[in-house]
Each structure stands twice: as structure tokens, then as C-alpha cells.
Design a protein around this ligand. Structure first.
Ligand code: GTP
Ligand code: MG
Length: 595
């Protein structure tokens, strides 16, 4: 029997709403709502927010039909969490839905072959051109495989980039977990598995490098099982493929697996609505100005639209696809670069369309505020400086990087360097080339300027040279980190390591000069050497210090005298030695500190 269409009233419920607003929305007294909530075990006050799911249950209990309210008010700033929820609800509500390409993120431990895999899939050669042979950016591409368009996200495997990996997981529809068959499950494999479990991302395993003689796919499967990833042959539900990214083996099977998951999940979005995108990276291009790399989650972004992203805003001047081709609009799952923003947004900011009116409002607010904001920033740094620990040295740094993501990774790793004697103070961090203004900021605090994947303008170079400001640039992130460690070590006082050599009983005083003495004695234990340090012990107490300037044994000059032997010693020091004193002989060595 077909159920009759209900005549219940439909209410549109936003992702969260206060109890009071909710009661107004339903036209039901607040007390009834609170009672209904209590029946469901939720104690909420009149001004408290309840989420969509809760509100939905209550509304249905009260006889309403519910629908997600996907409208975004003009002033509302959307977070990534909200965006993901909007996309989820949108799919449930079923309006204007069109299939969209799956977003497939490639993840795994460093050097396990993620970039090579994407190169093989895309018939490119990115991996061989990377500085230091490691990926240091998140990057996005599209490729048509088996007549289906797929969006691929490459992530770095080096431990420094956990933020980028986490972001890669949070935007993924499907994850490809790459594990090298000759290396197995390693720390970043485990880290990624944790993210995947937490975000519940459908995962396909690629066991790579099976061309290697030491490859053991069986061992990899065992180790994956030990970490909670049960592949199909092991009774689980995770598909896996044995591949060689380098020799193009098994790639077809892997793609089949990816497309199968995509088919089951049936990814859709409403491309008619205003575009909503997640910022993956941003950088300051000397020619193009601020450039944001974004992934469109739903809707369509168009040239000429007014947009905001985090604290930045502007009118979209230009959109380029992942290959750098200029396009007029970008729909769901497309990775694109956006030009026209007034600054570089942060990774994970949501780029959203806004009305010209509120953009104008933002602009007028910002006018005059930018210079004030800059001053505010400087003064907050002063406050930071005052809370440093007493007696601590300070290493002032200015960090400039090509993109926000690298900057974030660098700050994160550097902040983890801990010593009790030196603290790192970030005088300034930013995206873009090292310019005159950076050098000017560095001058008063003698800050070191360190650049990552950026250039130094000639003017900045000259100004730095004439003012003794140190500028260094790097292409590999851990070389920058090593440089900072080296600077810190140089600031630390060296460690003095004392090695006790032996003792001498003084038997005779031969000559007493103004600054030195010649004395005779017998080496009691150990040995003594020319140049060693000496402590003089008399009646059980140390009474002074000195140095062995020369040694004689059997009337011959020597450098070393061993246990049981008598010798003559040229002694230099501030004490007059007497018969019966004991010399404690030792060496001291200055050792560079380590971190
Ligand atoms: N023998 C063999 N070598 C491979 C294979 N796949 C990748 N490699 C090599 O492994 C090294 C690392 O490859 P990448 O693709 O840069 O690894 P990655 O996972 O992208 O590394 P990160 O991005 O730094 O984490 C390179 O020297 C590749 O040539 C493979 O299937 N077989
Ligand atoms: Mg890589």
C-alpha cells in the first residue's frame, strides 16, 4: 500500500538554533519544547543552542516534518565543520543534485611513493623535480580515468606536515593509503590511520613498490590488521591493490577500487547554488598578488563574484584550473586558484560568496584599520617579549614562506624546540618574498630572517648587508630547522667536560719562581700529561689551582708520566706548593651543546 502524502507542516531547521528561536519557528511554547527535550534526556535552557539533529527529532515528535535549512545569511562566516555539514544535508535534501567527481586524497609515510603514484596516474613527473625528493605542499589535480573525472590531492609524508595530512583527510571523499611493501606500516602510516578512523573516510589501500626484491605485501597486510585496517582478503571490508607506482603495475586495479567506492558512495552536489570552497593553500605572487588554492565543495564559483575567506575578501578577478588555464567558473570538487582577494587566507578557511553590500561594509571597516591592525600586532609582540623567563636568551626570528601551509608547519616544528636557556621569538611571520620592510623590522631586534621557498629582493639584500642582518633561504624544510638549531647551539654556553687523569704526591720543591715552580713527585695512580689542569690538595682540602707546563722523567723531557714513576713538574699557578701536597690532575674540554 502506498502511504498517503502527509499534510504535516514542513519546517526548515538550520544547523543550530537556540531553544527560544526554535519555539518561535515552530509556533510552540518554549515550555513545551523544553519538556519535549527533557523527554529525550536533554536539559537545555531557553537561550541554549541545540543542533540540527536534536531539533529535528523534537520537531518530528511535535508533529512537524523537517528539512535542513541550507540558506546562509549574508553575514554568517562558515567554518569547515559547518561546510561539511551543509554538504551532508544538501545530499540528503536531494535538490538540484548532480553527480560530482570524488575527491581522492593520497596519504602515507614519507617516501612510500605517493607522488610517484600520482605521476603514473597523470603521466607527469612531479616527484623527480621536488626539492630534497620530498613533498612539502598539499597539491591538487584532476584526471580522467576510465571516463570518470577524479580529483586527486597529494599530501606530504614527512612528519613535519601533520597539519597538511589532517587537512587532506578532512576534505577527502576517499583516501588512498599508500604503504611501501619493503618498509611496512611506519609512524606516519599510523598517524594517517588515526585521522581516517576519526573522520570515517572510506579508504582504499595501495601496497606499493612490489617490484622491489625485499617487498613483502603479506607483512604489510598483517601490520595493517594490527593497526585496525582489515583488508578484504583478511575478512575485512577495505579493498587493497598491490602496485608498483614506478613500473606502472596494478594501477588499473587500484583505480577500479577507487571508482567502485565512488560508485557506492554516489557523490553529489548542488552546482546551482553559490560556491563554497575550502582553502588548501595561499601565497603571495609578486605578479598576481594574493593567490588562494581552493577546493570547491559545493555550488559554483564565478569570476566577478564578491567573496570572503577567513579575514580576507575581494572580488574574484580570475580563476585558474589546476593546470593554470583561465576559466570562468568552477563547480563542485574542482581544485582551482582564485585571484582577487586582498590578502592570503589561511588554510582551512572557507571561501564563500557574499553580497556586494557586505563586501563594501567590510572594506569600509578595514579602511584605516589595516595600519591600526599592524600597530596592534607589533604591540602584542612587545607583550610577548615581557613574559619571557628571567635569564633566558632570546632568538629573534622572522620567517617568510611561499605558502601559509609551510609557514604553519615551520612555526609548529620550531615551537617544539625546547631549551631552558634560549627561547624563540617570532618577530614576524608571513607569506611572500623577503623585502625591505622585513629587513627594517629585523633591524631593531637583530632578528634572523629565514625564508622558505622565497626569494630576497635585491634592495632587501643590500639593506641587510649594510646593517648586519642575517638572511638565509631554504628549499627543504628540515634544513631550515637545522639552521635554527645550529644558531641556538651557538648561543648556548659550551658544556665543560672534566676527565680526571691521576694524582701526584709531592716529594720535593726544587725551585720557586715568580709565576712558576719546579717540583718533584711520584705519580700515585693514573697518569699525568703536559698541559693538564691541576688542583692542589693539602690536609684534605683543595687550596688552589694550576697547570702542568712541563714534565721530566729520568732527566728527559716528556709529555706523559705513568703510575708509580717519579718525575719533575714545571707548575704554573697561584699557590705555593709544599712537600706532602697532593696534585689532582685532570683535563677540561669544551663541548658544543646538543639539543
Ligand atoms: N622501486 C620502486 N620505487 C618507487 C616506487 N614508487 C616510488 N618509488 C621511489 O620512492 C622514492 C619516493 O617516492 P615519492 O613518490 O617521492 O614518495 P612520496 O610518498 O611522495 O614522498 P613524500 O611526499 O616526501 O612523503 C622515489 O625515489 C621513487 O622513485 C615503486 O613502485 N617502486
Ligand atoms: Mg610526495
Amino acid at each position: 500500500m502506498i502511504m498517503a502524502q502527509s499534510d504535516k507542516k514542513i519546517v526548515k531547521i538550520p544547523s543550530s538554533i537556540t531553544v527560544k528561536k526554535f519555539s518561535e519557528l515552530l509556533g510552540t511554547p518554549v515550555t513545551s519544547i523544553i519538556t519535549e527535550l527533557l523527554k529525550n534526556g536533554i536539559l537545555a535552557a531557553i537561550n541554549e543552542e541545540i543542533d540540527f539533529d536534536t531539533a529535528s527529532v523534537i520537531a518530528q515528535d511535535l508533529g512537524f516534518e523537517t528539512e535542513a535549512d541550507l540558506e546562509i545569511s549574508d553575514t554568517e562566516k562558515i567554518t569547515v565543520e559547518k561546510l561539511i555539514e551543509i554538504c551532508k544535508k544538501e545530499k540528503e535534501s536531494g535538490k538540484n543534485l548532480r553527480p560530482r567527481p570524488p575527491v581522492v586524497t593520497i596519504l602515507g609515510h614519507v617516501d612510500h611513493g605517493k607522488t610517484t603514484l600520482l605521476d603514473t596516474i597523470r603521466k607527469t613527473s612531479v616527484a623527480t623535480k621536488e626539492a630534497g625528493g620530498i613533498t612539502q605542499h598539499i597539491s591538487a589535480y584532476q584526471a580522467k580515468k576510465k571516463n570518470k573525472l577524479i580529483t586527486f590531492i597529494d599530501t606530504p609524508g614527512h612528519e613535519a606536515f601533520s597539519g597538511m595530512r589532517e587537512r587532506g583527510v578532512s576534505i577527502a571523499d576517499i583516501a588512498v593509503l599508500v604503504v611501501a611493501a619493503d618498509d611496512g606500516v611506519r609512524p606516519q602510516t599510523k598517524e594517517v590511520i588515526e585521522y581516517l578512523k576519526e573522520k570515517k573516510v572510506p579508504t582504499v589501500v595501495a601496497i606499493n613498490k612490489i617490484d622491489k626484491p625485499t617487498a613483502s605485501p603479506q607483512r604489510v597486510k598483517q601490520e595493517l590488521a594490527d593497526n585496525g585496517i582489515l583488508i578484504e582478503q583478511w575478512g575485512g571490508n577495505v579493498m587493497s591493490a598491490n602496485i608498483s607506482a614506478k613500473q606502472n603495475m596494478g594501477i588499473d586495479e587500484l583505480l577500479d577500487n577507487i571508482l567502485l567506492v565512488a560508485e557506492v558512495e554516489d557523490f553529489k552536489a548542488d552546482e546551482k547554488r553559490d560556491g563554497l570552497a575550502i582553502v588548501l593553500e595561499s601565497n603571495l605572487d609578486p605578479k598576481k598578488g594574493p593567490v588562494a588554492t581552493v577546493l570547491v565543495k559545493t555550488g559554483t564559483l564565478k569570476v566577478g563574484q564578491d567573496v570572503t575567506a577567513g579575514s580576507t575578501y575581494g572580488r574574484i578577478r580570475k580563476i585558474e584550473d589546476f593546470a593554470g588555464k583561465s576559466i570562468e567558473s568552477a563547480g563542485p570538487s574542482m581544485p582551482v586558484t582564485i585571484m582577487g582577494l586582498n590578502g592570503t587566507p589561511n588554510a582551512n578557511d572557507v571561501l564563500q560568496v557574499t553580497s556586494g553590500k557586505s563586501l563594501a561594509r567590510l572594506k569600509s571597516k578595514e579602511f584605516g584599520a589595516t595600519s591600526a591592525g599592524y600597530k596592534e600586532k607589533l604591540s602584542s609582540q612587545k607583550i610577548l617579549k615581557t613574559i619571557e623567563k628571567e635569564g633566558m636568551q632570546k632568538l629573534n626570528l622572522i620567517i617568510k614562506a611561499d605558502v601559509q601551509g609551510s609557514l604553519e608547519a615551520i612555526e609548529q616544528i620550531l615551537s617544539a624546540i625546547k631549551t631552558d636557556e634560549v627561547m624563540i621569538n617570532f618577530v614576524e611571520t608571513g607569506v611572500g618574498n623577503i623585502t625591505e620592510s622585513d629587513v627594517k623590522i629585523a633591524m631593531p631586534s637583530q632578528a634572523n630572517i629565514l625564508g622558505f621557498n622565497v626569494e630576497t629582493t635585491p634592495v632587501a639584500k643590500r639593506l641587510a648587508e649594510s646593517n648586519g642582518v642575517n638572511i638565509k633561504t631554504f628549499r627543504i624544510i628540515y634544513e631550515l630547522v637545522e639552521e635554527v638549531k645550529r644558531i641556538i647551539i651557538d648561543m648556548l654556553p659550551p658544556e665543560i667536560v672534566r676527565t680526571d687523569l691521576g694524582t701526584v704526591n709531592i716529594l720535593a720543591i726544587f725551585r720557586t719562581g715568580k709565576h712558576d715552580m719546579i717540583i718533584g713527585g711520584r705519580v700515585n695512580d693514573g697518569k699525568i700529561i703536559k698541559g693538564a689542569q691541576v688542583e692542589i690538595k693539602r690536609a684534605g682540602e683543595i687550596i688552589g689551582k694550576g697547570k702542568i707546563e712541563g714534565l721530566q722523567q729520568n732527566k728527559n723531557v716528556t709529555d706523559e708520566v705513568g703510575k708509580g714513576n717519579e718525575c719533575g713538574i714545571v707548575f704554573a699557578g697561584n699557590v705555593k706548593i709544599k712537600e706532602g701536597d697532593i696534585l689532582i690532575v685532570y683535563t677540561e674540554e669544551e663541548k658544543k651543546r646538543t639539543l
